[in-house]
Design a protein around this ligand. Structure first.
Ligand SMILES: [Zn+2]
Length: 623
């Protein structure tokens, strides 16, 4: 049954509302203060402040943006218009760095030699969130595709195309994107790193996809002498080649115009922004209103200049004491994991030894990078908003491409400091906790231990456990794709993980859609393991102490309340539908209930009777 929490309704500009979204909003208010202050400073500002201040000021200059209309797209559209043959597609693709059109060119660690960074091409070229959106045949999916085609047509009309022409162009876009979707790997397939590693020579790639001028493309993209690379999804490039052959020049022009327009729509005048929101915000994710302009500008600044804005954020919101405190909890959780591995009844001593080595090699990154990214090569002008956006995109693309052929920089972060999230990277073997998530109510140095461990402790445990989930366990301590498990231990792990997959596959995500147990397996294993490790660490920390009840709740109850509160949230049905397809995390409700119903400690803390809803008869347990 749908429910509407009376006291905390989802704000109209949001697709979900809860502790994470609230903290994220609070962080934005602080970022806004920083940006406004930097925007008012004169020519004497530090370079970092000049960049974030002027970027924000141009973004907030609504009048200039309205006056510009679609003008900022002119050059790109003219380039596409001038194409004389399909051989020019490589040139156009290279002129749109960072847009994944019609594929994604980037750098990545070599899966089998993690200290080296190599070139990589990956599937791409779609405007909808996933290949499934183009291929599923249920009524809702068909309806959504119709709305998408109507949206593409509307956007072409905003560019000045006649309705009849725009309608044909929109059908062409759907046809080309559907073809590319057909050659793309599924989300579940992409969880298996072995399916994503096909290192080959430049000539192998040319043989795979001879219709695309790779030499021209790589040369324009800054890698003229590229000899070898990883091709994540060879079938995608075969499909791309077939589509290059099949569709004519006019069709490819329509597709490229759409991609250029779509990628930049949210930076244009309100006619484009509103139309873009109408489909991608409202129809696709259920938001009722566009976010206020300042919030969008904070997001863009965070996206384009995250480590410049992040410096000031950290100064204000993350004192050294907070970092020390977080480091201490991380260390305790790691000790709990070591203890847990040592005591595992199902793992052999040989695998245990390697697991412990991986745990000890893992790097903890807390709050922010030791060395800030250098933005000095990026020009941010006070009077050129779209120019700033485009230059920032090129800067980021070049930064990634410049890593090819170089040793790995282990200090890098994939999230900006104000982000309310955390991650584990199996190829680096590190856990990363941005300052943005180490804030109340998640991490509150003034609160008592029980909820802090139930909440932040469980998140730390979650990230740590990712090193040993169905995906992470395939990488060794150095981040190399290598099977270090004995066959029997691998089997034991799979059995336990499939217990969790079976459990979550029973839960309904929304309407008629159940959770995809395979897609969410790694996250569900991490949720359960993380909570168990936090519980162990909390018990160790408070051993011998006499803990009192507070507000009528025992310490154990408060641990689980802290855990549950981190997932208290409400999400719009449209967004739930999207997440069920693309998000490896389960819906918030099951990130709480799916975990504790497996846990005897929870049953005991709340004295639940056997057979009650929150006590699973068949309990799952990995770690
Ligand atoms: Zn996770």
């Amino acid at each position: 049954m749908p429910h509407t929490p009376q006291k905390n309704p989802i704000p109209p500009d949001k697709t979900s509302w809860g502790a994470v979204a609230k903290l994220s909003d609070d962080n934005k208010v602080l970022q806004r203060e920083i940006l406004e202050e930097a925007a008012t400073g004169g020519p004497g500002r530090e370079p970092v402040k000049q960049k974030i201040g002027d970027y924000y000021a141009t973004c907030m200059d609504e009048k200039a943006v309205e006056t510009a209309g679609a003008n900022p797209l002119k050059d790109g559209l003219a380039r596409i218009d001038r194409m004389r043959s399909k051989r020019d597609i490589a040139k156009i693709a290279a002129s749109m760095p960072g847009l994944n059109v019609p594929f994604n060119f980037q750098s990545d660690q070599d899966y089998k030699n993690s200290s080296q960074v190599i070139a990589e091409v990956d599937q791409g070229g779609l405007a909808l969130p996933d290949r499934d959106y183009y291929l599923k045949t249920d009524a809702k999916s068909v309806e959504l595709r119709q709305a998408y085609v109507a949206h593409v047509q509307k956007m072409f009309e905003l560019l000045g195309d006649a309705p009849g022409v725009a309608a044909t162009e929109a059908q062409t876009v759907l046809r080309i994107e559907t073809a590319l979707a057909n050659g793309s790997l599924t989300q579940v397939e992409r969880r298996d790193p072995k399916l994503l590693y096909h290192k080959m020579t430049f000539h192998d790639l040319e043989a795979l996809s001879p219709s695309f001028r790779w030499k021209k493309y790589f040369s324009l993209a800054g890698q003229p002498g590229l000899q070898s690379l990883n091709v994540t999804a060879p079938d995608f490039f075969k499909t791309m080649d077939a589509t290059l052959k099949k569709e004519n020049l006019a069709s490819w022009k329509a597709y490229l115009r759409w991609q250029w327009l779509h990628a930049n729509a949210s930076y244009l005048s309100s006619a484009f922004v509103d139309a873009d929101f109408d489909f991608f915000g409202k129809t696709l994710t259920g938001a009722q209103e566009l976010q206020p302009r300042w919030k969008r500008c904070v997001n863009y600044a965070d996206n384009d200049l995250g480590e410049a804005l992040g410096q000031a954020y950290v100064q204000r919101a993350f004192p050294p004491e907070a970092k020390q405190r977080a480091q201490k909890v991380v260390q305790q959780i790691e000790e709990a994991m070591q203890q847990d591995i040592d005591g595992l009844p199902w793992m052999s001593p040989a695998t245990k030894q390697q697991a412990v080595e991986k745990l000890h090699t893992l790097a903890n990154k807390i709050g922010y990078p030791d060395k800030w990214r250098d933005y000095s090569a990026l020009t941010i002008a006070r009077d050129d908003y779209m120019g700033n956006v485009l230059r920032a995109r090129v800067f980021e693309f070049n930064r990634r491409i410049a890593k090819i052929g170089k040793p790995l920089d282990r200090g890098e972060w994939d999230m900006t400091p104000p982000t309310v999230n955390a991650y584990y990277n199996p190829q680096v073997n590190d856990i990363n906790f941005p300052a943005g998530i180490l804030q109340p109510p998640f991490f509150d140095p003034t609160a008592d231990d029980a909820p802090n461990y139930g909440d932040t402790g469980a998140t730390i445990g979650h990230e740590l456990t990712h090193g040993f989930d169905d995906e992470g366990r395939q990488f060794d301590a150095q981040g190399n794709l290598r099977d270090w498990w004995t066959a029997e231990d691998g089997k034991q792990f799979d059995e336990r993980a499939s217990c969790i997959s079976d459990q979550y596959s029973q839960y309904v995500a929304v309407d008629d859609i159940k959770i995809n147990g395979q897609l969410t397996m790694g996250e569900n294993v991490a949720d359960l393991g993380g909570m168990m490790l936090a519980y162990m660490a909390w018990k160790t920390e408070t051993r011998g102490q006499k803990l009192d009840s507070i507000d009528g709740f025992t310490p154990e109850q408060r641990f689980f309340i802290g855990f549950g509160q981190s997932w208290c949230a409400d999400t719009r049905d449209e967004a739930k539908r999207m997440y069920a397809t693309i998000d490896p995390h389960s819906p918030d409700k099951y990130r709480a209930n799916g975990v504790v119903s497996n846990t005897p400690e929870f049953q005991q803390a709340f004295q639940c009777k056997a057979g009650s809803a929150m006590v699973r008869e068949k309990r799952c347990r990995v770690w």
